[in-house]
Design a protein around this ligand. Sequence first.
Ligand SMILES: C[S@@+](CC[C@H](N)C(=O)[O-])C[C@H]1O[C@@H](n2cnc3c(N)ncnc32)[C@H](O)[C@@H]1O
Length: 176
Amino acid sequence: MVARKLELRRLYGETARAYDKRYEKIQRAKYIVVTKNLPGRTKRILDLGCGTGMFLGELSKHAEFVVGADASLEMLQAANVRRGEATLVLADADHLPFTDGSFDVVVSVTLLQNMPDPAATARDVARVLRPGGRAVLTVLKRKHPREELERWVREAGFELLTSGEVGEDVFCAAER
Ligand SMILES: C[S@@+](CC[C@H](N)C(=O)[O-])C[C@H]1O[C@@H](n2cnc3c(N)ncnc32)[C@H](O)[C@@H]1O
């Protein structure tokens, strides 16, 4: 991992204990919008940059098999307490340890602004999705305008279904 990624991992690790208290309300508003953009019930969903796992319970209602992946061990330790049936994986979003086409849906809430090259991360999201699979992605809009998010997903080979704003983020849903 490059130095910036390691630094972010350390910083998120330090905030893991206080994260829910600080961000739960704002993140849950985003989950409502992401959930509205999921297809019907599916088999396999990946929550990329799952953090403390606040979204995993809801996602489990929409899929048989849910995986939460994050680069921070401390975040995953917090997620472990509430993961239910979900599987947790320690991974860098640019090097996902999954074979091509592993998932029907990938969601990622407020992760991409952390990535050195979000367009490259979007390509790895496309890789782990099956053809016809759905990505629902959000990113901090003060860091990246909606047009940028749309460009990343289009360049990664997705067809854009919809996009918009939710709280401090922009979001899009796209099909591979
Ligand atoms: C703003 S938090 C969002 C967490 C969660 N999605 C939520 O809704 O609360 C960003 C998350 O991305 C994770 N992250 C940062 N860089 C990452 C990377 N390179 N690969 C995977 N996860 C990363 C952080 O550890 C953190 O949990």
